[in-house]
Write a protein that binds this ligand. Structure first.
Ligand code: PMP
Length: 425
């Protein structure tokens, strides 16, 4: 029996489903999850010592490759000085200054330990600042697992959402309106009718939790203009896109200054670190300055901050994003070409170091189009690539990630494997 299977069977006894986060269980693609023994650069090794080219990268954080020697050294040094203090440190000030310098929309920033905490706190803050309860999110966008965000669309335009998870009281989602991504008319109508009651709109500025979906220019513009006019806080949830799609995140590519931004993944370089920040007048509503409560025993953890600061330094090296973007494009252009060559309805798209693979004729623009793709086709491809030693996200609805350690030669190796997988050889 494979060691992965052995571990999976063993894991299922003490851990629900054998995993600590559901997508890891391979529920959508079937088969046995790969248990990771170690990772380095663009690779990880599973429990059977098989090596994979990794296009998940811990779901985004591993932008400089796994176990980058400088990140590891910084973590080791920080750990020697103590793991957690529950009191301020100079390194926290340095990372806050660094983030504010890298992202013009951040006047102030607060550190937390997960993306879920960042979005939950940003929403509470937007409500406290505006004195309004209603929030707007978009179908197919994921912003972590806090109660009021685990919601599916109601039956009509202004019908509030229903819980999409057990354990969430309908009362908790009563204030969440779920709209369609890229539907400008629906957004305009909503704001015309109830704009002055909406505390915030939270959006993934390139959606990465329903595969990769780009916003249209009109959608981006409408979001900023409508929220601005109605005194609604615009929250860019850049937990995934932050320093992943470019040096100024998605907002830099859009030319938009959101009121609040949430960050995670890349800024922690693989350690539990996330953040929310933005306009000073809004941020000053948080305790201890204001009456919006938010706190955390491990917030600004020194080991996580050390990994984050080093990662942020590495991504500022000249040419980093040009190289990362070009390599990711090489992968997606190559895969789209293979789709055409082999007659498989496969296409692909990328923004910076983030990409989407779609088993459908054209690049989708909303949740409904993504869910129309050929899931069986994706699953076959996923398993064939796994055999080849290439690890893509184990779900047709997730984005993929390239790191700076993925060389052109490695991308070409991936494409050669994909040609065999797609042509059934
Ligand atoms: N927002 C977005 C856009 C995300 O992609 C994620 C996680 N994939 C989260 C929030 C939640 O982050 P975490 O898993 O760190 O709680």
């Amino acid at each position: 029996m494979s060691r992965n299977l052995e571990l999976f069977e063993r894991a299922k006894k003490p851990i629900p489903g054998g995993v600590n986060s559901p997508v890891r269980a391979f529920g959508s693609v079937g088969g046995t999850p790969r248990f990771v023994k170690k990772a380095n650069g663009p690779y990880f090794w599973d429990a059977d010592d098989k090596r994979y080219i990794d296009y998940v990268g811990s779901w985004g954080p591993a932008i400089v490759g796994h176990a980058h020697p400088e990140v590891i050294r910084a973590v080791q040094q920080a750990a020697e000085g103590g793991l957690s203090f529950g009191a301020p440190t100079e390194a926290e000030v340095e990372i806050a200054e660094t983030l504010c310098a890298m992202l013009p929309s951040l006047e102030q920033v607060r550190l937390v330990s997960s993306g879920t905490e960042a979005t939950m706190s940003a929403i509470r803050l937007a409500r406290g600042f505006t004195g309004r309860d209603t929030i707007v999110k978009f179908e197919g966008c994921y912003h972590g697992h806090s109660d009021s965000l685990l919601v599916k669309a109601g039956s009509g335009l202004l019908t509030f959402g229903a819980p999409s998870s057990g354990g969430v009281p309908a009362d908790f989602t009563r204030h969440t309106l779920v709209l369609e991504y890229n539907n400008v008319a629906q957004l305009e109508e909503t704001f015309a009718r109830i704009g002055d009651t909406i505390a915030c709109v939270i959006v993934e500025p390139f959606a990465g939790n329903m595969n990769l979906i780009r916003p249209s220019e009109a959608f981006v513009k409408a979001l900023r203009e409508l929220t601005h006019k109605s005194g609604t806080v615009l929250i860019y949830d850049e937990v995934m896109t932050g320093f992943r799609v470019g040096p100024r995140c998605a907002q830099g590519l859009h030319g938009v200054i959101p009121d609040l931004t949430t960050l995670g993944k890349v800024i922690g370089g693989g350690m539990p670190l996330a953040a929310f920040g933005g306009r000073r007048d809004i941020m000053e509503c948080i305790a201890p300055l204001g009456n919006v409560y938010q706190a955390g025993t491990l917030s600004g953890n020194p080991v996580a901050v050390a990994a984050g600061l080093t990662t942020l330094r590495l991504i500022r090296e000249p040419g980093f994003y040009d190289t990362l973007t070009a390599r990711t494009r090489r992968l997606t252009d190559g895969l789209a070409a293979l789709g055409r060559e082999t007659g498989v309805a496969l296409t692909a798209d990328s923004v910076g170091g983030m990409f989407g693979l779609y088993f459908t004729g054209k690049v989708p623009t909303c949740y409904a189009e993504v869910t129309n793709s050929d899931r069986e086709g994706f699953n076959r491809f996923f398993h064939a690539m796994l055999e080849e030693g290439v690890y893509f996200a184990p779900s047709a609805y997730e984005a993929g990630f390239v790191s700076i350690a993925h060389t052109d030669a490695l991308i070409d190796e991936t494409l050669a494997a994909a040609r065999r997988a797609l042509s059934g050889k």
